[in-house]
Each structure stands twice: as structure tokens, then as C-alpha cells.
Write a protein that binds this ligand. Structure first.
Ligand SMILES: Cc1cc2nc3c(=O)[nH]c(=O)nc-3n(C[C@H](O)[C@H](O)[C@H](O)COP(=O)(O)OP(=O)(O)OC[C@H]3O[C@@H](n4cnc5c(N)ncnc54)[C@H](O)[C@@H]3O)c2cc1C
Length: 272
């Protein structure tokens, strides 16, 4: 019997587990993934998030993982250019964009160090309820036998398409259809720094230096462009850079993507 079971062990779940365990609660965190592993997400951590990592004693681990320190940003919106950096917050004068396999592993390890039990590769299939009250979870590791764990509180931190939210019939609010889509990939050999650039044709790109001397490059386009984009992903990806910043587009064509596949998903759906 646990005080708290947390389903999902990434940005939301592991810190919840860590903070509760640090307060002396008996905590189980489960995730169907194993760590380290990537998640579908770009990597920019806003200053408020970095302040939390620092407060928890984890920012040094992000830095120690050779995550590039970013102190300059290049924004442009339809020909208006802004180059500089946000004012430091509480002495924090840089931002970071760690790969999720780096960030999430640091968070999972911190939860473990705090005393939480973390069960990886465990898929929750249902909540256990008694008289309408959730008292635990049910699930299995891989093809293993079904197991059940009980707790006073069950936290659903299982992200998009949350099983916990579905099983308890959580209310959906502020739901909007996706307005656009995103593709991203990793490139070596680019020394661009951090860019957010929007063009005139409902196209946008971003670049973030990340771990392993790679840059993450992402493009976002309006949903109406998805069908055409899918027919020739690599060329359409490059075409967004050509359209928004022709010089960067030319540089990109001379660069090889690192050995990672592009990823796509709707960019602006909101679910809570
Ligand atoms: C394309 C894209 C780009 C983004 N870019 C940024 C960005 O640059 N900066 C930023 O701050 N945010 C960004 N976000 C948002 C960010 O990714 C999410 O806010 C964040 O991942 C949410 O964390 P989470 O822990 O709630 O969920 P997730 O990261 O989705 O983690 C949920 C975990 O739950 C586990 N899980 C799910 N179902 C089960 C189950 N049934 N049983 C057991 N485990 C389960 C999954 O394996 C997963 O590990 C982006 C999102 C997207 C989609």
C-alpha cells in the first residue's frame, strides 16, 4: 500500500514523485517507457522551469550533461527582427534545451534518489475503484501477468491520451482542433544558435542547440499544408527554411541530418 501512485514518469510525474518522497510519503511512480528514452517534444525549457530545476538541485545535472548554454536568441516575425536575450531571472542568465532522454532520466533518477519506487516498462490498463473511489492501478510489465497496486491517492501524469483521465472520466476543457503540425529532426554541423522565425506563408521554424553537439530543427505549418507536406517530407522541410530565411535554407541543404527520424504531430491541440 502506497500513499501515492503516480502514473507517468516524465516532466510531470517524476517531480511529483520526487517532491512527495522528499516529504516522507511512500510513493510508487510507474511508466510504460524505460529510461533514458526520447519523447515527442521539442526541448526548450523556459526560465521558470529552469528555476524549478535549480530549486530542486537538478540544474547542475543538466549542465553536467553538456547541454549547451544559450545566451542569445534570434526572433523574427514577418520581417521584424529581435536579437538578444531575456533579462536574467534570479541570477539565471541562460536557457537550456536538453534532449528529453537527458532531462527525463535526470528527473526519474531524482525521484528514485528521493526514495520513490520507480517501475519502468509498466503499462497501466485501468484504475482500481471501490465504491466510486480510486484506490489503485492495474497493469502489466510487457507480456507479464497483471499486477495491482493500491494507494491513497493516484495521480495521472500520463500525458496525451491519458489512460487515467479516461478511466476516471476526467472532464475535458479548452479543447481546440489542431491549427498546425510540426516536424522536427536533429542535425550535426550547424552552429546557428537559437532561432524562432515566422514567415509570411503560415510557416515557421525553430532551431535549438542540444546535447551531443546536435541542433534540433523544427518546422510548423498550418494544417491545410499537411497533405502536401507528407508527400515529400524532406524537401518540404527544407522549403520552409528557404521560404522564411533563404540564407539559412541554403546552409541547411549543405548539411546532413543526424541519424534520427523526423517526427510529426499536431502542434496546437490543447487537452487537460
Ligand atoms: C511537438 C511538441 C513540442 C513541444 N515542445 C516543447 C518545448 O520546447 N518546451 C516545453 O516546455 N514543452 C514542450 N512541449 C510540451 C511538453 O512536451 C509537455 O508539456 C510535456 O512532455 C508534458 O509532460 P508530462 O510528464 O505531462 O507528459 P509526457 O511527457 O507525455 O509523459 C507521459 C508519460 O506517461 C507515460 N504513460 C502514458 N500512458 C501510460 C500508461 N497507460 N501506463 C504507464 N505509463 C504511461 C508515457 O510513457 C510517458 O512517459 C511540446 C510538446 C509537443 C507535442
Amino acid at each position: 500500500m502506497y500513499d501515492v501512485i503516480v502514473v507517468g514518469a516524465r516532466c510531470a510525474g517524476s517531480p511529483v514523485g520526487m517532491l512527495l518522497a522528499r516529504q516522507g510519503h511512500r510513493v510508487l511512480v510507474v511508466d510504460r517507457s524505460s529510461f533514458p528514452s526520447d519523447a515527442v517534444s521539442t526541448h526548450y525549457i523556459h526560465q521558470a522551469g529552469l528555476l524549478k530545476l535549480r530549486e530542486w538541485g537538478l540544474l547542475d545535472e543538466i549542465v553536467a550533461a553538456k547541454t549547451p548554454e544559450l545566451k542569445k536568441m534570434h526572433y523574427s516575425y514577418r520581417g521584424i527582427h529581435l536579437n538578444g536575450f531575456a533579462a536574467p531571472v534570479d541570477g539565471l542568465d541562460a536557457v537550456y534545451a536538453p534532449r528529453r532522454r537527458v532531462l527525463d532520466e535526470i528527473l526519474v533518477n531524482a525521484a528514485r534518489r528521493a526514495g520513490a519506487e520507480v517501475l519502468e516498462s509498466f503499462t497501466v490498463t485501468d484504475v482500481v475503484a471501490v465504491e466510486g473511489q480510486v484506490v489503485g492501478i492495474r497493469g502489466r510489465e510487457g507480456d507479464g501477468p497483471e499486477r495491482e497496486f493500491r494507494a491513497t491517492v493516484v495521480v495521472g501524469a500520463d500525458g496525451f491520451h491519458s489512460t487515467v483521465a479516461k478511466k476516471v472520466g476526467a472532464e475535458l476543457y479548452n479543447v481546440r482542433p489542431a491549427a498546425g503540425f510540426i516536424y522536427y529532426s536533429y542535425y550535426s554541423g550547424l552552429d546557428w544558435g537559437l532561432h524562432h522565425k515566422a514567415g509570411l506563408n503560415e510557416q515557421w521554424f525553430g532551431t535549438w542547440p542540444t546535447n551531443d553537439d546536435l541542433s534540433m530543427l523544427a518546422v510548423i505549418c498550418s494544417r491545410a499544408q499537411l497533405k502536401e507536406f507528407r508527400q515529400d517530407v524532406e524537401n518540404r522541410f527544407h522549403a520552409v527554411f528557404d521560404d522564411v530565411d533563404p540564407d539559412m535554407g541554403a546552409q541547411l541543404r549543405a548539411t546532413n541530418p543526424a541519424a534520427c527520424s523526423p517526427t510529426s504531430r499536431p502542434a496546437s491541440s490543447t487537452r487537460a
